[in-house]
Design a binder for this molecule. Structure first.
Ligand code: FAD
Length: 392
């Protein structure tokens, strides 16, 4: 794809020099460890947790952990740019890294000193991998209704329940688990706990067989009388739900950014192919009908980037950014699904080959429509801002 610098979209100009370095590190990591291997990993349905650990060699673990605690202290905008670059190679790898980094960030901001001393060095070196566990087999969108129970026993907590769709579960060493401490209290009863993989009573199921995104090692976990020491309580009742929602807002921005990355990969692949492929004596890319289809994809991608960067800028200013993040994620994921289908179509049957990589990107674009809340739930968030309590 020929390079064009959009004056208002060369967002990296707005980043600090060390943030631009992190974006470059994301590209280097992608080119060295992800792009050359992602098709094979997906074909063999392997997890790629070992690749996540390698991100430490490129300084990409702890993107938002404060520098005083050994992280990079990146803004949401800079972190979004890093994930956008990595996703250009594979969205599943980018999301796996993002989940890990989000939990490292949580530990750095809410863990006790003892928990930070024990876990942060391991999370930042890649020695330990983290996972986020909110969704359950019987509950996804309605997060307030989680059934996993946490009972206070002496100074400890005992967890019982099941979590589903846990990204990184296959190789994770540390699970951040949201559980209900008092069903009558609703969202105010929800708390978050750090559970170690070796904890008695925790079992990880086999990874799911999916349409794509196997690199993430997504699986379920079972908690049976799983004892968590007092300092494993990372967000107490009354705060746990809020903390989850704040994390999810940032995660929606990052997923939107990742969709912009896979759209770039799809466009580049399609434009390269149609510029070479001939039909009726001309490159198929010279047909205006085909060009305009790809123009639409490129335009939607630029619009998605603007929504993502606006949401990130709002979050960096300390605003809630909930609506901005929902709009960015809703738009970027839909643009990625439809845009990648268009790119595949432009490549004729060749686009349908595994080697074209577009099928892999398309599967992860579809996956992104579920991650951190479905597109319908983004609509619920935006509708709430439009109507307020007017219809209650
Ligand atoms: C590959 C993958 C990895 C994931 N990783 C994680 C992870 O690491 N941690 C984690 O906690 N979760 C994870 N998830 C789970 C994800 O967050 C949920 O799938 C998502 O929140 C939706 O929940 P659900 O699938 O149970 O759908 P449901 O809640 O059962 O919804 C079913 C359908 O109903 C629609 N719906 C629900 N409520 C409404 C409404 N009010 N209005 C209109 N439509 C509605 C939904 O949009 C959906 O289309 C992952 C999911 C996938 C696919």
């Amino acid at each position: 794809m020929a390079a064009h610098t959009y004056v208002l979209v060369d967002v990296d100009d707005a980043l600090a020099p060390d943030e631009r370095q992190a974006v470059q590190a994301g590209r280097t990591f992608r080119d060295a460890h992800i792009s050359p291997f992602a098709d094979g990993i997906e074909l063999r349905r392997e997890t790629a947790i070992s690749t996540l650990r390698l991100a430490s060699q490129h300084g990409l673990l702890g993107l938002q952990v404060p520098t005083t605690q050994g992280g990079l202290g990146l803004s949401v905008l800079a972190a979004a740019r890093v994930y956008e670059e990595i996703a250009e190679g594979c969205l599943a790898h980018a999301f796996s890294l993002e989940v890990h980094n989000n939990i490292a960030n949580l530990v750095s901001r809410r863990g006790t000193k003892g928990v930070q001393d024990r876990w942060l060095p391991r999370l930042l070196s890649g020695d330990a991998v983290a996972a986020f566990c909110l969704t359950e087999p019987a509950m996804g969108s309605d997060a307030v209704a989680i059934q996993c129970k946490a009972d206070s026993v002496g100074s400890d907590w005992v967890l019982n329940g099941e979590k589903a769709w846990v990204t990184n579960a296959a190789g994770a060493d540390l699970f951040a688990v949201w559980a209900q401490t008092d069903a009558a209290a609703g969202s105010r009863g929800i708390a978050a706990f750090l559970v170690e993989r070796e904890a008695e009573g925790l079992t990880v199921t086999d990874p799911y067989k999916l349409m794509g995104g196997h690199a993430m090692g997504t699986a379920g976990i079972l908690l049976r009388d799983c004892r968590v020491p007092a300092d494993g309580l990372i967000s107490p009742p009354g705060e746990g739900f809020q903390v989850a929602m704040q994390g999810i807002t940032a995660a929606r921005i990052f997923v939107g950014a990742q969709c912009c990355g896979i759209l770039k990969a799809g466009l580049e692949r399609a434009i390269g192919y149609v510029s070479r492929r001939k039909a009726f004596g001309r490159p198929v890319g010279s047909f205006q009908g085909l060009q305009w289809e790809l123009v639409n994809v490129a335009t939607e991608r630029e619009a998605a980037r603007l929504l993502v960067y606006r949401a990130a800028a709002a979050a960096d200013r300390g605003l809630s950014a909930t609506v901005e993040a929902a709009q960015a994620k809703k738009f970027a994921t839909a643009a990625a699904v439809s845009g990648l289908v268009t790119c595949m179509q432009a490549m004729g049957a060749h686009g349908f080959l595994i080697d074209s990589t577009l099928g892999r990107h398309l599967a992860t674009a579809k996956m992104a429509e579920y991650l951190d809340g479905t597109s319908e739930i983004q609509n619920v968030v935006v509708a709430r801002s439009l109507f307020g309590g007017a219809l209650d």
